[in-house]
Write a protein that binds this ligand. Structure first.
Ligand SMILES: Cc1cc2nc3c(=O)[nH]c(=O)nc-3n(C[C@H](O)[C@H](O)[C@H](O)COP(=O)(O)OP(=O)(O)OC[C@H]3O[C@@H](n4cnc5c(N)ncnc54)[C@H](O)[C@@H]3O)c2cc1C
Length: 617
């Protein structure tokens, strides 16, 4: 069996993994990134819309600064975020984005003079000033007071990831692609690397590392309908949970994006609404201003997704063979705009729907999109529970998103967290002395070898991995979606517990050798179902509505009892996670208040009684 020794092992070669890897390699440490797919195919490449940083260069961003970005982020999170982390993030986002420009990202720039833009379907004029010519410009995105979403047309993730990968190569970061980490090696105190499986040969390898970073992206594919790539199955979160020690934070915080296209669930970017797109119902009526007079389509994602669902429930959805949907209208933006700033959207509509967005409406519905929850870390990016283990990017619950992340804040998080957590990893490595205990390593490998042998010999049963995954995905869609209640959650949990037991009785239909996707899934599956149970059980216990977590039976945001973060660990032999709670933030720079959109009620933190205050619209 091959064994690799390295200073830093990054599980993931997306934007967060590679950005942190660059810090480590630049400081002279050997650095290996693992990835299921070639690095440039990581999910970050799919991000279309842009990245938030408060430059204030463009006229619609004038007066923007980190403080305004901070307020938008905290309000967006519905006060579920760690405000110290949000502060670190907003202060460093302009630095990280400028650095990307220096590395070669072709940001769209300010062009002086008159131009038009759309808001709520209406045309407006703006004049960019000459002295800002050539500076990084920005577009409008949901939930922000100023235009601050920097972009490269609608292929932002693509250009940034390709640039990042180039820089990683320059610094000597090694990427081992088609290699999947399947368990962490640890002694209950320290993490010393991972057991991984080569997806070309099916052989196991060990990676022994002084520091290990989980940067494996989101867990969206535990849901049936998701905008996430098929590799987003929570590989990093589940190996952390499998340690029984490392907690996952706020797993119930799952974001649905308003505009997944029907039926393929591919995302069309928030930039569509930011650039002036509107949402229409079956009668071609623009309904969002009826619910959200101020922000309309540009309220935060949790709010728009809920309003769309409410409107469909009232009977205003468009019926189709694939279920009910609404329309996204970007016709008024015109050919020129669509062919430049929303070119990828146009291609997606042409290729997957046979629809021409300059003349046709786009069928959309809210679709699972982003995982706010993940491996819980402190503000330095150190995972709770194991020394030498770090997490960054969507895989982590660092936690600047709380219960709703703003569009454009996630790509920015990957590079800011990659930069800051990368520096903290360098500090850790500089003072680090590790001995790799061979017995520990052998035992970890033996466990995984046994799992593989059982799958190949039908030792535990004859369940089919694909069917088990399908049942899990449907249970989450039905019981743990946009609106949640006790009955639906309880039912989902009992179904998922049954699915969990089935996942342990899986065996293979194929021979399991070599490049075998069935084996990869079967190894991941029990961990995926555990993640699903963390989401559902966390959602059942959280008896309030906050951000994306909307309880029909507890509609108020309850700052008195639930201004906290769920921490889920998994004890051996259990079929439910153990939940603990910690304060959402130890520093409240911005005290809990109204978001300014979304409506609903708040139970005040200061008030020991059950007095409710109305939330502003
Ligand atoms: C369609 C879409 C569009 C988006 N658009 C935007 C946007 O415009 N703006 C914005 O801010 N955000 C956007 N997001 C969110 C944003 O793209 C992601 O949150 C971000 O790119 C995640 O980056 P990451 O580095 O954390 O993970 P990823 O880019 O997902 O990378 C994960 C890496 O981990 C590897 N990996 C996973 N499991 C394992 C394992 N077990 N072993 C080894 N390797 C593993 C993968 O191969 C990959 O290399 C979008 C998301 C979607 C779904």
């Amino acid at each position: 069996m091959q064994t690799f020794y390295t200073d830093l092992l990054c599980i993931g070669a997306g934007l967060a993994g590679e950005r942190a890897a660059i810090e480590s390699a630049a400081a002279g440490f050997t650095t290996i990134c693992l990835s299921i797919v070639p690095a440039r195919r990581s999910h970050s490449a799919a991000a279309q819309g842009g990245m938030q940083a408060s430059f204030g260069h463009c006229v619609m961003g004038e007066g923007d600064n980190p403080q305004v970005h901070f307020q938008d982020t905290v309000k967006g999170s519905d006060w579920g975020c760690d405000q110290e982390v949000a502060r670190l993030f907003v202060d460093n986002a302009p630095i990280a984005i400028r650095q990307l420009a220096f590395w070669g990202v072709p940001w769209n720039r300010v062009i002086p003079g008159k131009s038009t833009y759309y808001k709520g379907g209406k045309k407006f004029e703006k004049i960019e000033s000459v002295d800002k010519q050539g500076l990084i410009t920005a577009r409008d995105f949901g939930g922000t007071a100023k235009w601050r979403t920097c972009y490269t047309s609608d292929g932002t993730g693509h250009t940034v990831l390709y640039t990042m990968d180039n820089v990683a190569v320059q610094y000597g970061v090694q990427v081992h692609d088609k290699v999947e980490a399947i368990s962490l090696i640890h002694d209950g105190v320290h993490c010393i690397g991972a057991v991984a499986r080569c997806l070309r040969t099916g052989k196991l390898r060990t990676y022994l590392a002084k520091a290990t970073l989980i940067a494996s992206g989101g867990y969206g594919r535990v849901y049936k309908a998701s905008t996430n790539a098929v590799i987003c199955e929570g590989g990093g979160q589940l190996i952390a949970l499998n340690t029984g020690i490392v907690p996952l934070g706020n797993m119930e915080a799952v974001q649905f994006h308003p505009t997944g296209i029907v039926p393929s669930d591919i995302l069309v970017t928030e930039g569509c609404r930011g650039d002036g797109g509107t949402l229409l119902d079956v009668n071609k009526h623009r309904f969002m201003p009826d619910y959200e007079p101020e922000k309309a389509e540009l309220a935060s994602r949790d709010v728009v997704s809920r309003r769309m669902t409410e409107h469909i429930r009232k009977g205003f959805g468009v019926k189709s063979a694939y279920g009910e949907h609404l329309w996204l209208d970007i016709r008024h933006l015109g050919e020129q705009h669509l062919n430049t700033k929303l070119r990828e959207v146009k291609e997606i509509c042409n290729n997957f729907l046979g629809v021409e967005p300059a003349t046709d409406l786009i069928p959309v519905r809210p679709t699972q999109h982003y995982s706010m929850g993940g491996v819980r870390t402190n503000k330095r990016g150190e995972a709770y529970g194991l020394k030498g283990l770090f997490a960054a990017g969507e895989a982590a619950c660092w936690d600047m998103h709380g219960f709703n992340r703003l569009g454009g804040n996630s790509l920015s998080e990957t590079v800011v967290a990659g930069l800051l957590v990368g520096r903290n990893i360098v500090e850790f490595l500089e003072g680090c002395d590790v001995t790799f205990n061979t017995v520990l390593v052998r035992n970890a490998v033996k466990k995984d070898q046994e799992r593989i042998a059982h799958l190949m010999t039908d030792k535990n049963g004859r369940e089919n991995a694909y069917k088990v995954r399908d049942t899990m995905q449907k249970a989450l869609m039905e019981g743990v979606g946009i609106f949640r209640n006790e009955q639906g959650l309880t039912m989902a949990i009992s179904r998922l517990q049954e699915v969990y037991h089935r996942s342990q009785r899986v065996s293979l239909r194929s021979n399991g050798l070599g490049a075998n996707p069935e084996m990869s899934l079967a190894l991941r599956l029990p961990g995926m179902v555990k993640l699903a149970l963390c989401i559902a059980y966390g959602a059942l216990q959280r008896k309030e509505s906050r951000g994306c977590h909307a309880r029909e039976d507890y509609p108020a945001r309850n700052d008195r009892d639930w201004l906290n973060r769920t921490l889920a660990t998994w004890q051996e032999g259990a079929d439910l996670p153990t939940l603990n709670y910690e304060p959402a933030s130890t520093v409240f720079e911005l005290p809990p208040g109204e978001r300014g959109y979304g409506g609903g009620q708040i139970i005040s933190a200061d008030d020991p009684t059950t007095i409710m205050v109305e939330r502003g619209d």
